[in-house]
Design a protein around this ligand. Structure first.
Ligand SMILES: Nc1ncnc2c1ncn2[C@@H]1O[C@H](COP(=O)(O)OP(=O)(O)O)[C@@H](O)[C@H]1O
Ligand SMILES: [Mg+2]
Length: 364
């Protein structure tokens, strides 16, 4: 059992509170991604799990054992960093077996473990090469091999793909996922890249400024962001955000934008007239409609059009500000033209403008 449990962990450097009361349970066998902007505390949190960072408050448990005061080498974890830090004068075999040699394992056993890991990673034919004779992707695999031979309870990855070019990154991403499917070792993976998080994580933890903003599966974060920060951080192109006020018209609740135009809202939201809210909708959650059917639609003037072949993106100005939409079909529209964008009701997210939190639905 290689679960990781953080209970109210805090970290300060003098007056700087870098990790603020983080509690998190990562079940055994999970692939958990910590994602957030640069400087939000991802590496610090990972290093606290590893024991490389003294913690200011709270507890860390690995495999149901409190390891808060246990030194790193006794925590049964293995870490893979952005810089692979291979020993340049040692062969792949020696690099991968180094920790086992230090632990004084018999030579035959070291060889067996190194060869098994090399097989798993497709490094078998490279065992006698030096790091300088490997590609970036191969070096990264050696760094993973070094972690695998130790058969730890938990793998910790700190932005391991940052030094690879885009194409290789996608490939190694797939390899790490495949490795996890085979080994099922609990993994904690840090990245600042939301696409990497969305494609790798089963469980994603969004961090901002030393706090957890939301924990969920990729689609939970995408479809039901808990707050404006997560809504804006996950998804590319970014979710559209229009500021407005809740108004009543007859018995319908509508959103009034700055230019006094009105948008329809999904039924059953816990809002009150006069409440300042942010109306958020993802770029693919709108249709273009004819003027005659524009009831509750958004009047938009196209400022730019980008065609990627598979997608058509419209950049528009609206009564609520800039708005981006993405279409799979090719539309017959021109820059400068005015169109009506009809948001799909199921794709509308409403957040309180002051707290930034998602407005809940009424419970019956
Ligand atoms: N040794 C240190 N002393 C003071 N501040 C630090 C130290 N290490 C990290 N920090 C600060 O802690 C914050 C989080 O850093 P880090 O965990 O490296 O962020 P991330 O990995 O998310 O980019 C940053 O504001 C950073 O400046
Ligand atoms: Mg970092």
């Amino acid at each position: 059992m290689g679960s990781v449990v953080l209970s109210n962990v805090c970290k300060s450097y003098g007056d700087a509170h870098v990790i603020k009361d983080v509690s998190l349970t990562i079940p055994d066998g999970e692939f958990c991604v910590l994602v957030g902007p640069s400087g939000c505390g991802k590496s610090t949190l990972l290093r606290m799990i590893a024991g490389l960072e003294e913690i200011t408050g709270g507890q860390v448990a690995i495999n149901e054992k409190d390891v808060t005061d246990v030194e790193p080498k006794l925590r049964d974890i293995a870490m893979v960093f952005q810089s692979y830090a291979l020993y340049p004068q040692m062969s792949v075999r020696e690099n991968m077996g180094f920790a086992l040699k230090m632990a004084k394992l018999p030579k035959a056993e070291i060889n067996r473990k190194v060869e098994a890991a090399a097989d798993l990673l497709g490094l078998g034919v490279l065992l006698d090469r030096l790091p300088k004779d490997l590609s970036g992707g191969q070096r990264q695999r050696v760094a993973m091999g070094r972690a695998i031979v130790r058969n730890p309870q938990v793998f910790l990855f700190d932005e391991p793909l940052s030094n690879l070019d885009a194409k290789l990154r996608t490939q190694v991403r797939g390899e790490i996922r495949e490795l996890h499917r085979r080994l099922k070792t609990t993994s904690v993976y840090v990245t600042h890249d939301q696409i990497e998080a969305m494609t790798m994580g089963q469980m994603i933890v969004v961090l901002r400024d030393g706090r957890i903003e939301q924990v969920g599966s990729p689609l939970e974060l995408y479809d039901r962001p808990a707050n404006l920060f997560v809504a804006g951080f996950i998804g590319s192109p970014e979710i559209n955000q229009l500021k407005g006020e809740i108004v009543m018209q007859g018995d319908e609740t509508l959103l009034r934008l700055a230019d006094d135009s009105r948008l329809r809202l999904p039924a059953g939201l816990q809002v009150r007239p006069g409440q300042q809210v942010v109306y958020a909708i993802r770029p693919e959650q709108v249709n273009v409609v004819h003027e005659s059917e524009h009831s509750g639609a958004l009047k938009a003037t196209i400022t730019a059009i980008e065609n990627t072949g598979s997608d058509m993106q419209l950049f528009c100005n609206t009564g609520g500000g800039a708005f981006t939409s993405v279409f799979k079909q090719r539309l017959d529209v021109q820059e400068g033209e005015t169109v009506w964008l009809q948001p799909k009701l199921a794709g509308i997210h409403i957040f309180d403008a002051v707290s930034g939190q998602r407005v809940p639905e009424c419970v019956e």
